[in-house]
Write a protein of this length. Structure first.
Length: 363
């Protein structure tokens, strides 16, 4: 019996089943957690981990032919090398579509997903998308260049993420026209498109204003950026009597990085005692930061955390005292949610310890 059903078209060519390559990290591949975050890129034929849910969602229209796996730390600490390694693995399968993640709120994973999705589009010309939580640093870095499905902040939202990723992925692969971020579920890319409206602008504006005055729900046509504004505290009344503390996102830690703070997308911070230290040296301290050249910070950690200068000011009576503890983390790719959580925890300790002011240093 002859099949009279025509194949669908994509890019002017007959289209069979869409070939997909999927990218995941070491955790979702079942290899391990943080202890395996240095896992080097590898490719496996077929489906691994969350690819099962994606593949089921395709319902025969698409198929994951290979899964690329890479540890989060390896990718972020060897960005260019890892990116090219992964690109070469993807290239040999000649996929019609590339999907990364979803990464949810895992910072390093999000940066990796965004980086490789962007590279696949630009270097291989293959349609691609990823998914992550809106506060993932990867979302802010790549939302203008790639389609990123907005997910919940943890893997508990996997079903919801897959439910939104699958239809958008198929639309992208088929070259179909996409709807708005609200319709398709992706994070807004800041692109405005012309369209014909039934009512003119002045009429729509008045309707929105009336709804606002009545306390009714309405959707603005021009959303403004949401800035996280921090109101400054009053100035210190007498700095010569003030206890000053140091906090840094520059990654300065005791030699050996005893708390194993990650070099990017940090999930923790450290509290370290500097009682008795007149300055920090290469023998006693180092940087854990992976987002800048560490040579000069490792040569003299005071360049990032100015213990030497504050000791001089303490001795000269320019400040009351330097607090015996400092707090350190890595700001490179660290999520807003994690940064707020760190600060809300140690800010209470600083207040309890009678600290009057904090000097926050970056890089």
């Amino acid at each position: 019996m002859t099949n009279t059903q025509p194949n669908k078209m994509r890019g002017g060519k007959q289209m069979g089943k869409i070939k997909v390559v999927h990218y995941i990290n070491q955790f979702f591949a079942g290899i391990g957690g943080e202890e395996k975050a240095d896992y080097k890129p590898e490719v496996r034929e077929g489906i691994v981990g969350p690819g099962m849910a994606l593949n089921a969602g395709f319902k025969g229209e698409a198929e994951i032919v290979a899964t690329v796996i890479c540890g989060d730390s390896y990718f972020n600490e060897n960005l260019e090398t890892a990116k090219q390694e992964v690109i070469e693995m993807i290239k040999k399968y000649k996929p019609d579509l590339f999907i990364a993640g979803p990464a949810f709120n895992a910072g390093r994973y999000g940066v990796a997903c965004g980086t490789i999705t962007d590279a696949v589009q630009k270097e291989l010309g293959i349609p691609a998308l990823t998914g992550m939580y809106i506060e993932n640093p990867g979302a802010d870095m790549f939302k203008k260049s790639v389609y990123i499905i907005s997910t919940k902040n943890s893997a508990a939202g996997m079903r919801d993420a897959v439910g939104k990723m699958v239809p958008l992925a198929l639309k992208i692969a088929k070259g179909e026209q996409l709807g708005s971020p609200e319709e398709e579920g992706y994070i807004s890319r800041g692109i405005r498109k012309n369209y014909f409206a039934e009512k003119r602008g002045s009429e729509r504006a008045i309707e929105m204003m009336l709804k606002k005055l009545k306390g009714e729900d309405f959707v603005t046509e021009f959303p403004m950026p949401d800035f996280d504004r921090v109101k400054p505290n009053p100035a210190v009344k007498d700095i010569t009597k003030a206890k000053i503390a140091l906090v840094t996102s520059g990654g300065i830690v005791p030699k050996g990085n005893p708390d194993h703070i990650e070099s990017s997308s940090a999930s923790k911070y450290g509290k370290y005692d500097i009682e008795g230290f007149e300055n920090l040296t290469s023998e006693t301290h180092q940087t854990a930061h992976g987002g800048y050249d560490p040579v000069y910070a490792n040569e003299d950690p005071d360049r990032v955390l100015p213990v030497d200068v504050l000791r001089e000011m303490e001795e000269e009576g320019k400040i009351g005292s330097l607090h015996r503890y400092y707090y350190a983390t890595v700001g490179n790719g660290t999520s807003v949610a994690n940064a707020k959580a760190f600060a809300s925890t140690f800010a209470k300790e600083l207040v309890a310890d009678g600290v009057d002011a904090v000097i926050l240093t970056s890089t």
